[in-house]
Design a protein around this ligand. Structure first.
Ligand code: B3K
Ligand code: ZN
Length: 883
């Protein structure tokens, strides 16, 4: 039946497509408008006749009325850029249907029906990488959040759970491997074609559907669960990549074990597959039983992957695996609840990585990510609560706020409850909501009940955006230490007059003489201001506050440099020690780059910093990974965040000057540390990783004081490197220095790794991130390089995301950096809207810049907004950024 445009049923419930619909103003979806879907879809049968250019999809949906929803005479099936080939209801004609915008609306008169829909799609033309697409000759899918509607018409919303049975067929030679969610139930051949049938017994929303077909090989292993279920594990990659999958497989097994031990969660199928693809919009995707990964988070060996890459793989493999419970078994009712699965799963992957490696260092890294990405988001035009109230394009809400602040909010509950009670809370959550599409409120209530906490006021963390500021004053009265705390939550777009939130702060009071404290305490500031008294102290103690970064807030206090030097040398909380070191440097750099520092104060500040760093270098009680953290300078972005109307040029100069000062004052010490580190042979031990971290860090200091010498040292490190961490570190330093070593290393690196996409990505990124004065010219030339393509998100990110994060290039006083990123957004938008929209926030920071740069950034946003045709993704981000 050709039904492409049969007349619509007259139906009051159908919103007619508006002829005057302006594609530039997509509708706003609001959380308060949620209503349950009128239909249940207990079973979905899909048949795929696979081809790279033409795939035919037959979907048979068994539908029945949802007793919990209002009765509707129709069912709305979402579509996006797909053509309907045919439609049947109960194997005959439907009572009526219409195409409404992108959706298909079918009239259903009875209580139970079968709807059969045939669509045809061209995966090879799908450059958005959403739905079914082709990647280097294979077929794969990405459905979260709304990609399934690019495959077939379906109620593409997370609260419609269905049991999927899938049959796929295709040419044997082209697609020898056919994968889907769940278990493979049958396979067969028919001449050159073969087929496989898969069944997933666990009801799931459409965003968790996945299919992969291609010429792949697997590393196979197995895991026996706590109740004796034998699970087959496969990591599928392209031939030739197999020997780089060991770390991924080991990470998967560790994740499975850890989730049993720490959260009591057991895997629930006999098979768990991971597939690595090279064209992917993000890191990875937790499809039930068939995780699809960006190759970046699967492939590793010492020659091609850095220590950071190894850690990233372990973290992301863990994250996707943990979603099996926090996301798949319990999913989200609607996309406003995204943090229900993402915030919780980020917390779970952070705790996992803490347990697998150095917990203090992992905590510092996580806080750095939060401050580098989420704090700026929370103080800018795109600020939103971890549970947003509205959106136009949900892909724009996979943010650091939903993910990382979401994790911090749950971590605060854990801190207040204690580990044991928190576990009772999560058990309650899993028991209560298994098999459901739940809300953030369901989660909070479960923790409240299970852990025995009153979270009434705490719920404000879900509804209020903005990073709270906590003002801290410590005084000494009689023999008491008196701690006065007050909080403000800044205004954010659409939100003013915020209410105080409960802020759990871990503190310790150090006696100056003994250098010890009498125990850590947890104070919860839940009012606008409050006073806490501690005794007994003969003299004013030194306050260590927000230990372990117990709350995602900004601490404001007047603390003398000597107290920071004291804490940086001996605080027994690693995070607080790191924080003291950072505060010392940030305080100095903020004053220096805003011009409020006298020469005498500059000298004292620098001396304090050097004194504290020297103590860190000489401290034998800490390991080198931690030493590396303590010796790291605060990022330029973090410094800029502390300043109104920041001038990136001045911050850059001051930061480089301080680096140079440190390098020359501590020359001997750093040299000795480098020599010591160089002696350790390559291994994945914490000791060896720490040594590698120090080596490159020391080179970055050296580069600021004696570039010629640093170039020689880095060239030497490059040539001798037997692993990617050392080689990349050396090349990173070299890219910023005009020298013969730079040219040689760049040529060597390219020739050595030509054809290895992930390593060539590094080659692009290192040049785009460099401190070289001609970085803009370099990026322009790289955009014309034969290996550059706008079609591959990893490659686009490696050149342009690296550049947009390089204050030295992006914020060039000429405005050329801004222009370059705006041009990129415009060129990329029609190809891959999701990736294009991710570049908008960098320009959205215009309000925080000094007037000249601010005007240029805004002008670029306006130029983008005037483009004749913008995707929903980019349109929303640009409009919000202009404010
Ligand atoms: N849930 C996916 C993210 C999907 C993003 C869609 N734009 C990966 C993750 O967070 O685990
Ligand atoms: Zn996730």
């Amino acid at each position: 039946m050709d039904i492409a445009r049969t007349p619509a049923t007259p139906d009051g419930n159908i919103e007619m497509a508006d002829a005057a619909f302006e594609p530039k103003a997509p509708p706003e979806i609001r959380r308060e408008d949620y209503t349950p879907f009128p239909w249940l879809v207990p079973a979905t049968h899909l048949t795929f006749e696979l081809g790279l250019e033409k795939t035919r999809v037959t979907a048979r949906l068994e539908v029945e009325r949802n007793p919990a929803a209002e009765v509707s005479p129709t069912i709305r099936l979402n579509g996006d850029a797909i053509e309907l080939v045919s439609l049947k209801c109960d194997d005959g004609e439907c009572a009526g249907h219409m195409i409404d915008g992108d959706d298909l609306v079918v009239t259903l008169e009875g209580d139970k029906h079968t709807i059969e829909i045939v669509t045809e799609i061209d995966p090879s033309a799908n450059s958005q990488l959403m739905g079914l697409y082709a990647s280097s000759g294979m077929l794969c899918t990405q459905c979260e959040a709304e990609g399934f509607r690019r495959i077939t018409f379906f109620p593409d919303r997370p609260d419609v759970l269905s049991t999927y049975t899938v049959r796929m067929s295709g040419p044997k030679d082209q697609f020898p491997i056919l994968l889907c969610n769940g278990n493979r139930v049958e396979t067969g051949e028919d001449g050159d074609t073969h087929w496989a049938e898969w069944h997933d017994p666990w009801p799931k929303p459409s965003y968790l559907f996945a299919l992969v077909a291609g010429d792949l090989v697997a590393r196979t292993d197995s895991f026996t669960t706590m109740n004796g279920r034998e699970v087959e594990l496969n990591v599928y990659v392209r031939e030739g990549d197999l020997d780089r999958t060991e770390h991924a497989m080991e990470s998967l097994k560790r994740s499975m074990k850890w989730d049993e031990e720490v959260f009591g969660r057991e895997y629930d199928l006999d098979l768990f597959n991971i597939v690595a693809v090279s064209d992917f919009n993000m890191g990875a995707m937790e499809n039930k039983g068939l995780n699809v990964f960006n190759t970046k988070y699967v492939l590793a060996d010492p020659e091609t992957a850095t220590d950071g890459d190894y850690d990233g793989i372990e973290g992301v493999i863990g994250h996707e695996y943990f979603h099996n419970w926090s996301g798949n078994r319990i999913t989200c009712r609607d996309w406003f609840q995204l943090s229900l699965k993402e915030g919780f799963t980020v917390l779970r992957d952070q705790l996992f990585s803490q347990d697998m490696g150095s917990a203090p260092v992992k905590r510092i890294e996580d806080v750095r990510v939060l401050r580098g990405a989420q704090f700026p988001e929370d103080s800018g035009p795109l600020a939103h609560p971890i549970r947003p109230d509205s959106y136009r394009e949900i892909s724009n809400f996979y943010t650091a706020t939903v993910y990382n602040k979401g994790a911090e909010v749950i971590r605060m509950m854990r801190t207040m409850a204690g580990e044991e009670a928190f576990r009772k809370g999560t058990d309650t959550y899993f028991d209560r909501h298994d098999g459901e599409a739940a809300t953030c409120e369901d989660f909070v209530k479960s923790i409240e009940d299970g852990a025995g906490l009153d979270l009434t006021q705490f719920r404000r963390w879900y509804s209020q955006a903005g990073t709270p500021r906590v003002r801290v004053d410590l005084s000494h009265e009689g023999d008491e230490a008196v701690l006065k705390l007050s909080q403000t939550v800044p205004d954010t777009p659409g939100q003013t007059d915020k209410q105080p939130m409960p802020i759990p702060l871990k503190i310790a009071l150090f006696d100056r003489e003994s250098g010890k404290h009498s125990g850590e305490e947890l104070v919860v500031l839940d009012k606008e201001s409050d006073t806490f008294r501690f005794g007994s102290f003969a003299s004013k103690p030194v306050l260590s506050i927000n230990r372990g970064f117990s709350a995602p807030v900004t601490i404001q206090r007047d603390i003398p440099g000597e107290d920071l030097v004291f804490l940086a040398a001996r605080d027994d909380d690693s995070f607080a020690r790191y924080e003291a070191m950072q505060d010392l440097m940030v305080g100095h750099l903020v004053s220096a780059s805003t011009g409020v520092l006298s020469d005498a104060d500059r000298e004292t500040g620098r001396r304090d910093i050097v004194r504290a760093l020297k103590a860190v270098i000489e401290d034998e009680a800490i390991d080198d990974l931690m030493r590396g953290e303590l010796l790291s300078m605060p990022s330029q972005t973090y410094i800029a965040e502390q300043i109104e109307a920041a001038d990136p040029g001045r911050i850059f100069d001051e930061r480089e000057a301080l680096k140079g000062f440190i390098a020359s004052e501590l020359k001997e010490e750093l040299h000795r540390l480098y020599d010591r580190s160089e002696k350790l042979p390559y291994s994945q031990s914490a000791e060896a990783k720490g040594a590698r971290k120090l080596k490159t860090l020391i080179l970055t200091y050296a580069a600021a004081s004696d570039p010629a010498k640093a170039s020689e040292l880095a060239g030497h490190q490059y040539d001798r490197a037997d692993n990617m961490t050392d080689r990349q570190g050396a090349l990173m330093v070299l890219t910023g220095i005009d020298s013969i070593e730079r040219t040689n290393a760049l040529i060597d690196f390219y020739n050595r790794y030509e054809g290895n996409a992930l390593v060539i990505d590094k080659w692009f990124a290192l040049q785009a991130m460099s401190l070289h004065p001609q970085v803009i010219e370099h990026v322009k030339a790289l955009a014309d390089h034969q290996d550059f393509t706008m079609k591959n998100p990893n490659r686009v990110r490696s050149l342009y995301m690296a550049f947009a994060g390089n204050p030295h290039g992006f914020h060039a006083a000429s405005g050329e950096g801004y222009r370059m990123i705006a041009d990129l957004i415009l060129a990329l938008d029609p190809i891959n809207a999701q990736t294009a929209a991710r570049f908008v926030p960098s320009l959205g920071k215009w309000r925080k810049m000094e007037p000249g740069r601010s005007a240029m950034m805004r002008a670029e946003l306006e130029r983008i907004s005037k483009a004749p045709k913008l995707s929903r993704d980019t349109f929303e981000q640009v409009t919000r950024s202009l404010g």
